[in-house]
Each structure stands twice: as C-alpha cells, then as structure tokens.
Ligand binder design. Structure first.
Ligand SMILES: [Zn+2]
Length: 208
C-alpha cells in the first residue's frame, strides 16, 4: 500500500494503471479556472460587507449610542443588539400586528365572517368529487346572484327571506358541468323540487 501513496516512486513500477484515481490526485477540489474566478469574485463581495453612506453611518452610530453603546461596532452583533432588535419587532411594532387578538380568535372571526364562502368551497369540492367538469369562482357566483337581483329564478322570492343555492341547470349526475354557465340561483325548496331534471329558468327570469 505504501508504494501507491508515495507518488515520487511511480517511475519504478507500472503503477499509473494500478493507482486508483482517488489516490493519485492531490487533496481538495479541482475547479476549472472559470469556476475559480467565480468563487473568487463571490468571496470578494462577501468580504466587502454592507456599505453605508456616511449619513447612514452617523444615524446608526447615534442610534447605538442612544441604546447605551460606545458606537456602532460595539453595538452590532452583541447580545444586547439582538435583544433590542427583537423587542423592536414585537407587538404593535410588528407590521403583522393584529390588535392583540390571538391566532385562534383571528381564525374564528374569519370563519364567522366568511360562512357563505366556506359553504361555497365545500360545494365546489363536492362537485369535483362527483366528477363534474369545470369550475367557477365565488365572485362569479356572487355576480350571478346580483344579475338576477338576488331572486330565486323559479318562485321569485328574494334574499334574505330565502337563501339562494347553486342549481346545476343540467345536473352533474346527467353529465352537467360546474362552469358558471351551467349554474342558476334557486332557493333550496325549488332546487329540491327540480331534482335531477334539466330546466333552464334563466330566459323567463330575464323577461320579468
Ligand atoms: Zn324558489
């Protein structure tokens, strides 16, 4: 084994063929000249660090002194600096401050405010599971309801006296899609009565 490691004695034996590649090379990486230049440039940039203008330097230095440090160099990176930085990111100083409401409460409030939207997403998923082609957005549904002045197209009752539901003109079970073009607003009783028939109430609704 010693023979293989000592590369000065290579001439005495046909060892060139026998020496494994990993042993024949000196230690370390072998970068191309181009890669070496790239690494060199990257390291040079890292060595430069942050460059502040004189004005900024003065500001930072003053801020450090205000916190009871000799200057910026003494302040930066110290445990005290980290503490102050953390404190400055807490509570009202944080841009994501929610007014002292807990995460869980924020979530609950959102759910309470968006029940209709959640119900909509639930139905959307149901249609997808049933294998319906296409989809539509909550805004499209809202716009559709508004277009028919929040009326049930069948019995003409209006929200909020009734709650409008999405009826598939051609039912999904009959191969109808979930595109907005296949949706009409009906109240739940009318929707149930229609069941799996294909009835388009839209033309009559626009006449009145
Ligand atoms: Zn109705």
């Amino acid at each position: 084994m010693r023979k293989f490691r000592d590369r000065t004695q290579q001439s005495s034996a046909p060892s060139v063929l026998l020496i494994p590649r990993c042993m024949s090379l000196p230690k370390g990486y072998h970068h191309s000249e181009k890669t070496k230049r790239k690494i060199g440039a990257a390291n040079a940039i890292r060595r430069l660090g942050t460059h502040h203008t004189e004005q900024t330097k003065a500001k930072l230095s003053a801020a450090a002194k205000a916190h009871g440090f000799g200057g910026l160099n003494e302040y930066h990176g110290s445990a005290q600096h980290r503490l102050v930085a953390r404190k400055n990111w807490l509570g009202k100083r944080n841009p994501r401050w929610r007014g002292g409401v807990s995460r869980a409460e924020t979530r609950r409030n959102w759910i309470n405010r968006n029940r209709d939207r959640l119900r909509f997403y639930y139905k959307l998923r149901k249609a997808r599971v049933k294998g319906a082609k296409g989809t539509h957005t909550y805004d499209e549904w809202e716009a559709l309801k508004k277009k028919y002045r929040n009326r049930c197209l069948c019995c003409r009752k209006r929200e909020p006296a009734i709650r409008l539901t999405e009826d598939h003109i051609k039912p999904i079970s009959k191969g109808g899609s979930n595109f907005i073009q296949n949706i009409q607003p009906l109240c739940l009783p009318c929707n149930m009565r229609k069941a799996t028939r294909t009835i388009d109430y839209r033309p009559s609704a626009l006449q009145s």
